[in-house]
Design a protein around this ligand. Structure first.
Ligand code: MN
Length: 498
């Protein structure tokens, strides 16, 4: 469903006329070599489009204006091969509305000790050209990514590719329509928030629908559609004959087809539901929501539109990466002197993109909501590093809270808990992580990802100007509390400009 090949970033090289035409020709030729090599490398997720070298304020203004107007362009990479006096960049940077990555690299890798002369020095000037450009971006208080390293280094390419993924995720937020089926779970605080401010800051448009709006789509589902859907379940999951022939699974398949039709018709990329508003539905959507997430839709339970939108953006970022991303909730603790852990799960709605093995499709009662037994996919989540990410509304700003965790193997069966689940050690410890998370006001709902890393979210926070509090192996409570206090002042002072 997600096709990020439609995105592109532009590569703009800065220079000036001081060095003569021959140098400018070499700048252009070298840029072409570099961009081609980047486009050919596996770390780069979609196309980098080469633009002409810019040498005047008008050219810079023009390329920035074009970048703004080109919908496919999700950001620009800027490189100073030579020195480009940065007053020339003011007018362009003033109007640029797309994310910037300052690629601080140099065409030549090592100094040619015996052959280095002034011609070489006039060409390989990133070391000071990049500083002149950096000053202007800092002077203008513009957020940007700075990537330092040689362009042939795969780690450097990886960082550039990851930033491109984030830029396209950000771009998707600018157009994203989020449907809320039903409202918020009654009296719950953290899933609420200012939808007007969310549209101003993030671009997302969040609107409510009744389950009556789904009814027309339910009515259109034929029994043949349902049979085909159940055949698909049987191919993809382990499923017993009894479940396969159950009315519950037929009802679940019907809900999936109706939800998909509703989302497609409305052009929605993310959605929420809540078990308190299920009039007209026989069961809480379980397997349907799980499969729609796997297809790339964002989802938040209990009306949680912030997590739904964030999950969709993460799923745009992680296309082609391994590991998967899901809606998640911190469910239950396992306190232990050997390292306390969190069991993460939800009533039903965990995305099978994070499954370790082939999921089991099962039907069991749900002791909440008063509806019929819902079908769901049951699986464990594989070991390895992951992140948990929460977006909350602090009243005067949005805040992202991130915790790095390590998912561990589940050595014990959970026969009485037929839901998808993950077991993890939060970094640095469960006790410090949970204390920090709670001090930061992080939600119980999260976007859980094994596909992306903290740096992705650092980039997203820079691009969006949203506060980010990170809890990782370095976190100490004392420093974390200070950061929260200092951020109150920083965001009070600097976050009034959109
Ligand atoms: Mn929940």
């Amino acid at each position: 469903m997600i096709n990020s090949n439609q995105s592109e970033v532009w590569f703009v090289t800065g220079s000036q006329h001081l060095y003569g035409d021959e140098t400018l020709q070499r700048v252009a030729a070298n840029t072409e070599v570099m961009v081609k090599a980047l486009n050919d490398s596996p770390e780069i997720p979609f196309s980098i489009k080469l633009k002409a070298t810019v040498t005047t304020p008008d050219q810079i203004h023009c390329v920035c204006k074009s970048a703004n107007n080109e919908d496919q362009c999700v950001g620009i990479i800027v490189w100073m091969h030579t020195f480009s006096p940065a007053k020339m960049w003011i007018q362009g940077l003033k109007i640029l509305s797309k994310p910037i990555a300052h690629f601080h690299t140099q065409f030549n890798e090592e100094i040619p000790w015996s052959g280095i002369d002034m011609d070489f020095m006039n060409l390989n000037q990133s070391a000071h050209g990049g500083r002149e450009f950096g000053f202007m971006v800092s002077r203008m208080r513009l957020n940007r990514k700075v990537i330092v390293g040689h362009w042939k280094d795969s780690n450097v390419r990886q960082r550039l590719g990851n930033w491109m993924r984030v830029a396209t995720g950000w771009h998707s937020l600018q157009h994203m329509k989020v449907a809320r089926l039903g409202d918020n779970m009654r009296e719950v605080a953290v899933t609420e928030g200012d939808k007007v401010e969310a549209q101003l800051r993030l671009g997302i448009s969040v609107n409510g629908y009744g389950l009556g709006d789904l009814q027309a789509h339910l009515d259109e589902v034929t029994s043949r559609d349902v049979e085909e859907m159940i055949d698909q379940y049987s191919e993809e999951y382990t499923i017993s004959d009894a479940v396969q022939q159950s009315q519950s699974l037929k009802d679940a398949a019907k809900i999936e087809l109706a939800l998909k039709s509703f989302l497609t018709t409305g052009g929605f990329e993310a959605f929420t539901d809540t078990f308190e508003n299920l009039h007209g539905l026989k069961q809480l959507p379980g397997i349907s929501v799980q499969r729609l997430m796997a297809e790339g839709y964002g989802f938040g339970a209990e009306g949680d539109w912030k997590t739904a939108a964030l999950l969709r953006a993460v799923k745009i970022m992680d296309v082609g990466l391994t590991g998967g991303s899901s809606f998640m909730e911190d469910y239950t603790y396992h306190f232990s002197k050997d390292g306390s852990m969190v069991l993460g799960s939800h009533m039903l709605e965990i995305c099978p993109s994070i499954a370790k093995n082939k999921p089991h499709c099962e039907v069991h009662p749900l002791s909440i909501g008063g509806k019929e037994d819902p079908a769901r996919l049951v699986f464990n989540v594989g070991e390895g590093p992951a992140i948990n990410l929460s977006l909350i509304d602090m009243g005067n700003r949005f805040r992202l809270v991130l915790n790095e965790v390590d998912v561990v193997e589940q050595e014990r069966d959970l026969p009485q808990l037929p839901v998808a689940r993950a077991l993890w050690h939060p970094r640095p410890t469960m006790e410090i992580a949970a204390q920090s998370w709670i001090l930061a006001g992080g939600a119980h709902h999260t976007v859980f990802s094994k596909a992306i890393t903290t740096e992705f979210i650092e980039d997203l926070a820079e691009i969006s100007g949203i506060e980010l509090l990170i809890i990782d192996s370095e976190t100490s409570i004392r420093d974390f509390k200070d950061r929260i206090r200092w951020n109150e002042v920083y965001y009070h002072s600097f976050q009034n400009n959109l």
